[in-house]
Design a binder for this molecule. Structure first.
Ligand SMILES: Cc1cc2nc3c(=O)[nH]c(=O)nc-3n(C[C@H](O)[C@H](O)[C@H](O)COP(=O)(O)O)c2cc1C
Length: 190
């Protein structure tokens, strides 16, 4: 059935559980970082999914030169800097556009170091603006995680707003969405 024809609840979500296809077995986690914290999150996601039996490659986005064919799921993470998503994340989407139309893509951004609701809302808007430039992309999930100060000479003062429990829950929820590529927008944080 066409997803658009399904009955919806007041939030606009389908009241019929869509057929999401089989569960992913192979995952590419590509990341775009300046100071390393996004890579740490990517490796954490790879590690958590690995413990669940998935075959995961964790690779800097700029180093993904071959295609992404053969993966059941792509997770793409990039740091936000001065309102923009890391250029390696953008380039990854441009370079692999054709293949990424055939595989589910989950996206995350890093994120406020002062994790207030307003700061998260601002960062989510920044990520949404970045993704709007790729209007062909239908991410299965989009999320912003708390960020980390760049390394400094005062490590004790370095803010780290990452919530590993949230990140872990998010990556499990993403794999539970199955391997079907959505044809309509998925609400942010879904
Ligand atoms: C100079 C600077 C500018 C930043 N600008 C933003 C921003 O506009 N939006 C945002 O959400 N986070 C912003 N951040 C937070 C980063 O996204 C966060 O520090 C992230 O963890 C950095 O990732 P990386 O260590 O992988 O480079 C900024 C951080 C720095 C140091």
């Amino acid at each position: 059935m066409d997803a658009g024809a399904e009955p919806s609840d007041p939030q606009g979500r389908s009241s019929i559980e869509p057929d999401r296809g089989s569960l992913p077995r192979t995952v590419l986690v590509a990341y775009a970082t300046r100071h390393g914290s996004t890579g740490e999150v990517a490796r954490f996601i790879g590690d958590r999914l690995g413990t669940r039996g998935l075959a995961v490659d964790v690779v800097p986005a700029r180093d993904v030169r071959g295609g992404v064919d053969g993966y059941d799921l792509v997770v793409l993470g990039g740091a936000l800097y001065s309102g923009r998503w890391h250029r390696d994340a953008h380039r990854f989407l441009k370079r692999h556009r054709a293949e990424l139309g055939k595989v589910p893509v989950a996206v995350f951004g890093m994120g406020p170091r002062n994790p207030t609701p307003d700061a998260f809302a601002g960062s989510r808007s920044q990520l949404a603006r970045a993704l709007a430039r790729r209007d062909w992309l239908r991410p299965v999930a989009t999320e912003v995680f708390g960020g980390v100060d760049p390394p400094s000479r005062h490590p004790e003062r370095r803010r780290d707003a990452r919530d590993w429990g949230v990140i872990e829950a998010w990556c499990y929820s993403v794999t539970a969405r199955g391997t079907r590529v959505p044809t309509t927008d998925v609400p942010p944080s879904a």
